[in-house]
Design a protein around this ligand. Structure first.
Ligand SMILES: C[S@@+](CC[C@H](N)C(=O)[O-])C[C@H]1O[C@@H](n2cnc3c(N)ncnc32)[C@H](O)[C@@H]1O
Length: 259
């Protein structure tokens, strides 16, 4: 069974600026006007959801997330136009929305493509669905994670937690969302994040991709795993005078529901 990670808003907040950039690039392609209702599915700690207030100043904005820890952190941004609620995207439904944004979330949901028709139904005609997911499953950060998680002594605890579903590429999003009556703009980008600090890539993945594995390990084993994983990452992503470069592929799809 895959473990559902317990999220740490603090750890996820490391490198917040680099993590924000794909969100900004995604939202920039949503050409909606007169926006009144927006939902951010998998809103996490809410900082990026809160930026949508400037993008759509007349909109009522709702963040939905399945992690109580993330929602606790998000509560600081709530106001009369911005609210947050506990919910699982697999069971979520709504109607007549102008915009749905879901950023860096659907990669955790193996059946994500099956959810897309429901997301489109939740939009009013002319509404917009904006999706971004990491497409870095083959990157050294994840390949090393899987290799270690399948090696003793970690495999006993972590073997299943290291599995991550294959994620769709841009063409699959175009295919599924076009069939739902949308005009789709899909693309991929590799960002070259320049990270400061020691063990920068380890600190980055501790906030996201490596969480299920780390959480599956007993405390003493986790310490050893982090040391070994960190050393391998430092080799794969060498720290230079100017920082540590983390190439990171991301996949985007912006669907405009026909009116
Ligand atoms: C990497 S964070 C992204 C948070 C935010 N969208 C951002 O870009 O900063 C992934 C978020 O997805 C949420 N999540 C994962 N699976 C979910 C599900 N099935 N339903 C709702 N939220 C989910 C997690 O709780 C977490 O907050």
């Amino acid at each position: 069974m895959r473990t559902s990670p317990v999220w740490s808003p603090e750890q996820y907040g490391t490198y917040a600026d680099e993590r924000a950039r794909p969100f900004r690039d995604l939202v920039e392609r949503v050409r909606a006007t007169g926006v009144r209702s927006v939902v951010d599915l998998g809103c996490g700690p809410g900082a990026l959801t809160a930026t949508l207030r400037q993008v759509w100043p007349d909109a009522d904005i709702r963040g939905v997330d399945s992690s109580p820890q993330m929602l606790e952190a998000a509560a600081q941004y709530a106001d009369d136009r911005l609210s947050f609620e506990l919910g699982d995207v697999r069971e979520w439904s709504a109607a007549d929305l102008d915009v749905i944004v879901t950023n860096a979330t659907l990669q955790w949901v193996p059946e994500q493509l099956d959810l897309l028709p429901g997301f489109v139904r939740a939009l009013r005609p002319g509404g917009w669905l904006a999706i971004q997911i990491p497409g870095n499953g083959d990157a050294p950060s994840h390949a090393i994670l899987r290799e270690l998680a399948n090696t003793p002594p970690y495999a006993e605890y972590a073997k299943d937690a290291s599995l991550r579903p294959d994620v769709p590429g841009p063409a699959e999003y175009v295919d599924v969302l076009s069939a739902e009556g949308c005009v789709v703009d899909a693309w991929e980008t590799t960002y070259f994040h320049l990270l400061s600090g020691d063990n920068a890539v380890l600190e980055w993945v501790k906030g996201t991709g490596a969480r299920p594995v780390l959480q599956s390990l007993p405390d003493d084993v986790r310490v050893r795993f982090e040391a070994e994983y960190g050393a391998r990452l430092a080799e794969a992503y060498p720290q230079k005078d100017y920082g540590t470069l983390l190439p990171f592929r991301r996949i985007f799809a912006v669907a405009h529901k026909k009116g």
